[in-house]
Design a protein around this ligand. Structure first.
Ligand SMILES: [Zn+2]
Length: 299
């Protein structure tokens, strides 16, 4: 069997190379996965998310503002870029991609997006390079359709999944877990169902040691029918924004333990790439591909 991988050319909104958000990583990541032989039968190409899906996790006025490129200046400032037509389409496609990954995971056990993990977007608006909270939208669609009864969001991006935590704060069906740098953005942390703040310069061994009890606890408390795994690579030592000190091998082992834990128990896992920030697009795309290469070990 081949690991289902999701990609859409619109994931890359083609920012200027000097922009602090490394947009070209999405194109380069897709090229690398093809070159590595991980996409022998072609990509699963998502449909752009419909307003009716987006409104399950976001205020309809905000959805409308993105769709018509009328997001207010304060929200665009919080997001970190202008929401033009390309950005709106990329955000809808990335969200459609995470929903498609989830549906394919429900079918075959495991699937990964080549985007997704925009976890700072809250119900009323985007923030922190996040326009739509793809995982929150996908989880909400599956719950609304009755495809799943309970969801676990296992978020290993180095920044707290504050948007996801806020969207599901009062929802007993979605368990949010965030392992993040305690001194990282956002300065004002939200309250996830389980938060694990880590000190600056945390290394592989310390990070990996906390996973087994956390995985057990998440399973026990969330009782998930599906897991959304945010495999952000910004805990890496070379990340511009990360503050932690993990290696490529450490990230691969993290992915292996998280995916392996749930797959061994027959629980579907949908992977999203989360954050990663470097001016070296080649190294960054290679680092994001750790998720897909590691996930491929389990099919
Ligand atoms: Zn991040």
């Amino acid at each position: 069997m081949v690991l289902p991988l999701i990609h859409h050319p619109a994931f890359d909104a083609q920012f200027d190379a000097a922009h602090r958000f490394p947009m070209s990583k999405f194109t380069r990541l897709a090229e690398m996965l093809v070159a590595d032989g991980l996409v022998p039968d072609g990509w699963h190409v998502p449909a752009p998310a419909l307003a009716s899906w987006l409104e399950l996790a976001h205020d309809p006025r905000y959805v409308e503002a993105v769709m018509t490129q009328r997001v207010d200046a304060a929200t665009e400032k919080a997001i970190g870029f202008k929401v033009d037509e390309r950005v709106a389409l990329r955000s809808r496609c990335a969200t459609g991609g995470t929903l498609l990954a989830a549906r394919l995971a429900l079918d075959g056990g495991l699937a990964c997006n080549t985007a997704g993990g925009s976890h700072h977007a809250a119900r009323d608006g985007g923030a922190g390079f996040s326009v739509f909270n793809d995982v929150a939208v996908a989880a909400s669609v599956l719950l609304a359709d009755g495809d799943v009864g309970r969801v676990l969001v296992f978020d290993c991006d180095v920044h707290q999944g504050d948007g996801t935590a806020n969207i599901f704060a009062d929802d007993p069906l979605v368990f949010t877990l965030s392992i993040h740098g305690e001194n990282n953005y956002p300065t004002q942390k939200a309250r996830s169902d389980l938060d694990v703040p880590l000190p600056d310069r945390t290394v592989d061994a310390a990070y990996l040691a906390i996973l087994p009890p956390l995985l057990e606890r998440a399973l026990r408390e969330a009782k998930p029918d599906i897991v959304f795994y945010n495999a952000g690579v910004d805990p890496h030592a070379d990340d511009r924004l990360g503050r932690l000190s993990m290696s490529d091998a450490g990230l691969a082992e993290r992915d292996r333990r998280v995916i392996g834990f749930f797959r061994e128990r027959g629980i579907p896992v949908a992977g999203v790439i989360g954050g990663g920030y470097s001016r070296d697009i080649e190294a960054l795309a290679r680092r994001h591909s750790i998720l897909h290469r590691t996930a491929a070990e389990f099919v």
